[in-house]
Design a protein around this ligand. Structure first.
Ligand code: B12
Length: 211
């Protein structure tokens, strides 16, 4: 079994205690950090999602896999980031109300930080009003990112964008949206300025929106 396969299997089976050492070993052996992230950990999370959907595993298993992935990402973090923090201003990010998923949001934050933004992370289950308050409290914030992972919280994302528009935030910031059920079409419908399907392209989009 290759190191990448071992990492994928460890995330999939939720062996929290083993992941840090394994990721470190892979890095020491010269494996590309992006490969560890994409072909190891993210691949494992997609399998976890499929197994959950097929009722082969349940929420507790999903949760330990998520915890394992988070620990692995912490080891990878210094190898993935690298830009000079804050040179493009602030980027406010959060997962919308009713939604507790934050792995994707955290990866987007990591990549956006690498692209030279200072991140203000509002966390998960963030009410629309809190996004607006944070934007107003940070006049040097130029982009906002809102994440939604459930079809049931797509409405929450829509309400969040609408409140930002109604509160005049669009004069100050560009609004980006994302998350597994979100599409470009939905993003256009709700009035967002940008959508991307993954963290790498999110960083490129953020730079495009401020240039
Ligand atoms: C881990 C996980 C959990 C964990 C979350 C832990 C955590 N701290 O995040 C726990 C166990 C808590 C959980 C709970 C639930 N979950 Co869940 N979960 C997942 C799982 C397996 C992985 C999600 C993940 O982290 N993916 C990896 C990341 C990297 O991908 P991502 O989030 O899509 O993010 C990328 C892009 O979308 C994009 N992106 C994300 N955000 C943003 C933001 C911006 C601005 C941009 C530009 C881009 C962007 O970039 C990211 C990086 O590349 C998915 C299945 C799946 N494959 O997605 C189910 C899944 C999302 N969950 C699901 C469900 C049903 C639930 C529960 C309702 C289960 C239950 N019965 O309780 C609860 C809901 C809790 C709540 N209120 O939020 C369903 C959703 C179905 C649907 N269509 O709505 C899924 C799809 C599983 C399935 N196949 O059925 N879950």
């Amino acid at each position: 079994m290759s190191k990448i396969q071992e990492i994928a299997a460890t995330v999939e089976s939720g062996k929290v205690k083993l992941i840090e050492a394994l990721v470190q070993e892979a890095l020491d052996a010269g494996v590309d950090p992006n490969e560890i992230l994409n072909d190891g950990m993210l691949y494992a999370m997609s399998i976890v999602g499929q197994k959950f959907q097929a009722n082969e595993i349940f929420v507790p298993e999903m949760l330990v896999s998520a915890k394992t992935m988070k620990k692995g990402v912490e080891i990878l973090r210094p190898h993935l980031s690298g830009g000079s923090v804050g040179k493009h201003g602030k980027y406010i990010i959060g997962t919308v109300a009713g939604d507790l998923h934050d792995i994707g949001k955290n990866l987007v934050a990591l990549m956006i930080e690498s692209a030279g933004f200072e991140i203000i992370d509002l966390g998960v289950d963030v009410p629309a009003e809190k996004f607006v308050e944070a934007i107003k409290a940070n006049p040097d914030c130029r982009v906002v990112g809102a994440s939604a992972l459930l079809t049931t919280t797509m409405d929450s994302l829509k309400d969040t964008v609408q409140l930002m528009i109604d509160s005049g935030c669009k004069d100050q910031v560009k609004i980006m949206v994302g998350g597994a059920p979100i599409t470009q079409e939905f993003a256009d419908q709700i009035g967002a300025d940008g959508f991307t399907p993954d963290a790498g392209s999110a960083a490129v989009k953020a730079l495009e929106l401020v240039s």
